[in-house]
Structures are given as structure tokens and as C-alpha cells.
Design a protein around this ligand. Structure first.
Ligand code: CA
Length: 229
């Protein structure tokens, strides 16, 4: 299974450590940032699968950071859960309007926090879920790492598996090579875009005997799309 990377943006060391501990206990990878500039540097390096964002941070606030991420095409789809000590209803509305997917008030119970992380990931990052995906006779199981087409097994390398999982959970949308590097490789800086083409070719070759390779479509000048048409 793919491990979700959770970026923790929190300036209070005790809470930061509590978050990191709980996130790791649940099998996620914690990336720690104590302020907005270092959080943005982490995001620039690799897109996290979810951000736990504290409202009150030194310098720029969590609200400002959420707005900034939502305004940028590269980062606008990253799920965000706001963390705050405030319980005011107006603040909650402001937090959600800034683009947060959910909202947690401190002090929080670790169980509640993890339940919310899982719920947001299920809704916003289906490629991180362990649920079996079925599209057009293709079946992919994240837990057993198996792929089959109309019942017969297909052997895939780990990268092709992740690529197919991403495609099957994002049907009909066009992704540029840079977006696929961000989403599937988690690295848009150090991996060459050509790499995407290599793995697309391998994926198509693996799907070819079943005729499912036609689902992986090249969109000229834009990138790739996984489509039923
Ligand atoms: Ca704080």
C-alpha cells in the first residue's frame, strides 16, 4: 500500500510531536514544518497527500497559507485539515471558506484526529485508500497489490501499479507529465518528465494482451488521460 505523506504545520513543539507520533502510529509518514515558509519549501519539494495546518502560526497565518495553496494550480487539490484553539463559529466558517476540507479544535483526541484524516483522504485522495477499484473490467486491489483484467492477472512493476491506481481513481481527467510526477512520484523537480513516458509505455505493454491499453490515452500537447472512450 502507498503510505500517505502528511505535512504537519504547527509551531508549538509539544503539539507538533503529538501529531507526528499519532500520524506515524497510524502508518502515515509525518513531515514536520514549524512555520509557513518551511512548509511551503516542503510542498515545493514534494506534494504531500494531506496537510494538517495550524491556524495560529508565527508570521503568516494558517488561513493565509490555505488561501495561497488554493490559488495555485499545483497545490489547489491538496486536502487540508485546519487545527485551531478557537471554537468560535465565525472562525470555523472563515477556515472552511479559506479552502480547508475539515476543521479540528484543540485539544483534540488522537482517535478523532485520525478518523478525520482517514475520512478526508478517502474523499479527496482515493488513490490513498485501500479499497479495490474497478474500471471497465480492470480490477486493482491496493491491499493485495493485484491487478486483473476480466479475471486474468496482470503483472505490473511498483511504479506502473501506482500510476494505474492513480489513473483508475481519476478517470477522464487530463494530467500533464509534471502533474503525474507530482501525484505519482511525489517529485516534480528531480525526476525528468521523460520518465513518465517510459512508465506509460510499460503500463500499456502490460495491459495490451487484455486490450485495456486503449484506456491509457495520450492527449497531444497536454499529457495523458485514463478514459473509457
Ligand atoms: Ca500555533
Amino acid at each position: 500500500m502507498t503510505t500517505a505523506n502528511i505535512l504537519l504545520v504547527e509551531d508549538e513543539p509539544a503539539i507538533q510531536e503529538l501529531l507526528a507520533f499519532n500520524v506515524a502510529q497510524c502508518g502515515f509518514r509525518a513531515i514536520q514544518a514549524y512555520d509557513v515558509p518551511s512548509a511551503l519549501a516542503e510542498i515545493n519539494r514534494a506534494l504531500p497527500d494531506l496537510i494538517l495546518l495550524d491556524w495560529m502560526l508565527p508570521g503568516a497565518s494558517g488561513i493565509e497559507m490555505a488561501r495561497r495553496l488554493r490559488a495555485d494550480q499545483r497545490t489547489r487539490d491538496i486536502p487540508i485539515i485546519m487545527l485551531t484553539a478557537r471554537t468560535d463559529e465565525r472562525d470555523k466558517i472563515l477556515g472552511l471558506e479559506s479552502g480547508a476540507d475539515d476543521y479540528i479544535t484543540k485539544p483534540f483526541s488522537p482517535r478523532e484526529l485520525m478518523a478525520r484524516i482517514r475520512a478526508v483522504l478517502r474523499r479527496r485522495a482515493p488513490q490513498m485508500s485501500e479499497e479495490t477499484v474497478r474500471v471497465e473490467g480492470l480490477e486493482l486491489s491496493p491491499t493485495t497489490h493485484r491487478v486483473s483484467a476480466n479475471g486474468s492477472n496482470i503483472d505490473l512493476g511498483p511504479t506502473e501499479f501506482r500510476l494505474l491506481h492513480f489513473f483508475m481513481t481519476h478517470v477522464e481527467r487530463v494530467y500533464s507529465r509534471a502533474q503525474l510526477l507530482d501525484q505519482v512520484w511525489g517529485d516534480h523537480v528531480f525526476v525528468e518528465e521523460r520518465t513518465v513516458d517510459v512508465h506509460i509505455r510499460r503500463l500499456r505493454q502490460a495491459l495490451e494482451p487484455s486490450g485495456k491499453d486503449a484506456l491509457v490515452q495520450t492527449v497531444r500537447g497536454s499529457g495523458y488521460r485514463f478514459s473509457r472512450e
